[in-house]
Design a protein around this ligand. Structure first.
Ligand SMILES: *[C@@H]1O[C@H](CO)[C@@H](O)[C@H](O)[C@H]1NC(C)=O
Ligand SMILES: *[C@@H]1O[C@H](CO)[C@@H](O)[C@H](O)[C@H]1NC(C)=O
Length: 274
């Protein structure tokens, strides 16, 4: 076995569990960047890269965004007893690859990448376009990843769903057998800790205090401008549908529009007329 062959063999064994690595291969004259996929590795899902007795016969290709690189990986689904009944999407998720689409996905991001983006977005105010471009340039400084297109749209969708799923998990919707669809209106909202709520942070007998202290428990409704609301402006809900409409702070749009129809002929009361 030549040295290169031995090296390749060991790389294969070492990286069975991590199909997404980029390394340098000695061509005899210079080091060249190579991937395990370019050496012929086909990653086996359902066994963490290990051997499957009855793998799916089709070898597929997937673009995996794994921070800081973008990889093109060949993989096979598992069809043996271990995951016979496991649908393809679940096999991907169990491998910690989040698919961009539900039907025949061709792009995935690893959970760690979505987690990294989430923090970069919250702490560093980085947007999806900057994040994906950074990864593409890190993969190949010329900006050419060898892929047919920029994976901006896919990552946008994945990161948005990821953040949504996390929010719903945090409000206790993670283990409901009926799934997220069973979330009630407003159930995903976080109750304000500072606001007074009967039975939680108000003293017993607050309703019967002396008249001079009643102002403490008075309901004050104020109107203020929220400039972040401009983020809600979008061309159309068909291209940018809401996730979990009505389950948080905004009303459910379909019912709201139906309700509004009852008041179309009414004249605007003109809030700001002086
Ligand atoms: C992302 O942020 C950069 C600035 O860091 C800005 O130039 C660019 O327009 C933003 N892209 C989108 C799609 O918002
Ligand atoms: C980067 O992309 C260019 C243009 O497609 C290609 O010629 C070059 O080999 C790539 N470099 C690496 C390190 O993959």
């Amino acid at each position: 076995m030549s040295l290169t062959c031995a090296l390749r063999y060991w790389l294969f064994i070492l990286h069975l569990l991590t199909p997404i690595v980029i390394f340098q291969e000695w061509t005899g004259e210079f080091w060249e960047t190579a991937t395990l996929s370019s050496l012929g590795l086909v990653y086996q899902l359902g066994h963490g890269g290990g051997r499957c007795l009855f793998p799916d016969s089709k070898i597929r290709e997937m673009v995996v965004l794994d921070y800081p690189y973008v990889h093109c990986v060949k993989y096979q689904f598992c069809h043996c007893k271990k995951s016979d009944t496991t649908p393809p999407l679940q096999q991907l998720l169990r491998n910690r690859w989040y698919p961009a689409t539900t039907v025949d996905p061709a792009t995935c991001a690893t959970f760690a990448t979505l987690e990294t983006f989430w923090l970069e977005n919250v702490v560093g105010n980085m947007n999806v376009s900057d994040f994906v471009t950074t990864m593409e340039r890190r993969t190949n400084a010329t900006g050419s990843t060898g892929l047919n297109r920029h994976r901006f749209k896919e990552f946008m969708r994945m990161s948005r769903q990821w953040a949504y799923l996390h929010r719903m998990k945090r409000v206790g919707r993670g283990h409901d057998k009926a799934g997220l669809a069973a979330t009630g209106l407003g159930q995903g909202a976080v109750i304000c800790w500072a606001c007074p709520y009967d039975g939680r942070n108000l003293p017993a007998g607050w309703r019967d205090v002396e008249a001079k202290y009643r102002f403490l428990y008075m309901l004050i409704v104020a109107l203020d401008a929220n400039f972040k609301l401009k983020n809600r402006i979008r061309t159309n809900a068909m291209y940018d549908p809401p996730l979990g409409a009505g389950c948080k702070y905004f009303v459910e749009p379909k019912e709201y529009k139906k309700h509004l129809k009852n008041y179309v002929p009414e004249k605007d009361i003109g809030f700001f007329r002086l």
